[in-house]
Design a protein around this ligand. Structure first.
Ligand code: NI
Length: 285
């Protein structure tokens, strides 16, 4: 029997990806690790919302999550916490996890180490003063990370959190049905899903995301997924005690190769992003 070459190629890629997952699962909670995925053997996913709090959208999202009995994770921009303090408190009161997404949302790759530290600390301070929560979760703006950024985050006691499925709701206006359509095919066990409840541009609309959310939730519930927060998905409890799956550790070729395979399996469109900017998951968002 003749086996087509592309079939052999697909088998080889699948084998390498499985190996990569097996390897990655053992390298837990090391400095320089970015978590982007949970346990692939459990039917659980984590919804994450970036760039809020931002009204009225965050409150609308909170009500949708409440009516579906779902807990999610919100990565807050300090400047928006300053503008919407009551909303930030409500996120915590409703039982969701929160993370630090810096104060002004700059691309940290292009600022000094001092600047990185200041962004992390200012975000941390206002989140703590407003909500009383000292979060250990950090997602860099645009999910752009390098060793320098990662070291600063780790030194400040943070676990760096990426994502594996993008709803692509962060760019141009996009219909709610389209957001759901883009997101759903890539969701699998352990997925961390990126959505946006806010923006750093004052007056932006997140109406499409608000409308897309019930569609995404409905479909995933029908498929039997359970919704958990990032600390639940990765079993993080304020410390680096237990972990999920990492994105990269050191930017050496071997790790990069594994990352590319994993990215491709999670979301083929990520590959294109990857080569636009090294170690940047989402230059658009
Ligand atoms: Ni962001």
């Amino acid at each position: 029997m003749k086996i087509p070459i592309f079939a052999l190629y697909a088998i080889a890629i699948t084998f390498m990806a499985n190996q990569a997952l097996a390897d990655l699962s053992r390298i837990e909670n090391k400095e320089g690790v970015v978590y982007y995925h949970g346990d692939p053997s459990k039917k659980r996913v984590a919804l994450t919302f970036d760039d809020g709090p931002y009204e009225p959208y965050t409150s609308e999202i909170l009500e949708i999550l409440k009516s579906n009995d779902i807990k999610a994770t919100f990565f807050l921009i300090g400047d928006n916490v300053k503008d919407f303090p009551e909303c930030a408190k409500r996120i915590v009161r409703y039982g969701h996890a929160i993370g630090n997404h810096t104060f002004y949302h700059p691309d940290l790759r292009f600022i000094s180490v001092l600047g990185i530290r200041r962004e992390i600390n200012r975000g941390e301070d206002i989140i703590f003063k407003t909500t009383g929560v000292k979060t250990s979760l950090f997602r860099p703006p645009y999910t752009c990370v390098n060793e320098r950024i990662n070291r600063q985050a780790n030194n400040s006691g943070y676990t760096v959190i990426g994502w594996s499925v993008s709803s692509k709701d962060g760019g141009k206006k996009i219909k709610p049905e389209k957001i759901a359509e883009i997101t759903l095919p890539y969701v699998k066990n352990g997925s961390i899903i990126l959505l946006h409840d806010g923006d750093r541009i004052k007056g932006s609309s997140r109406l499409e995301t608000v409308k897309a959310l019930p569609l995404i939730i409905k479909s995933l519930k029908e498929q039997g997924y359970h919704f958990v927060t990032i600390p639940q998905l990765l079993r993080i409890q304020g410390t680096f005690d237990e972990g999920g799956f990492l994105l990269w550790r050191n930017p050496i070729f071997y790790d990069k190769l594994k990352i590319d395979i994993l990215h491709f399996l999670c979301n083929p469109s990520l590959l294109a992003y990857k080569y636009l900017a090294d170690f940047c998951l989402s230059p658009v968002f």
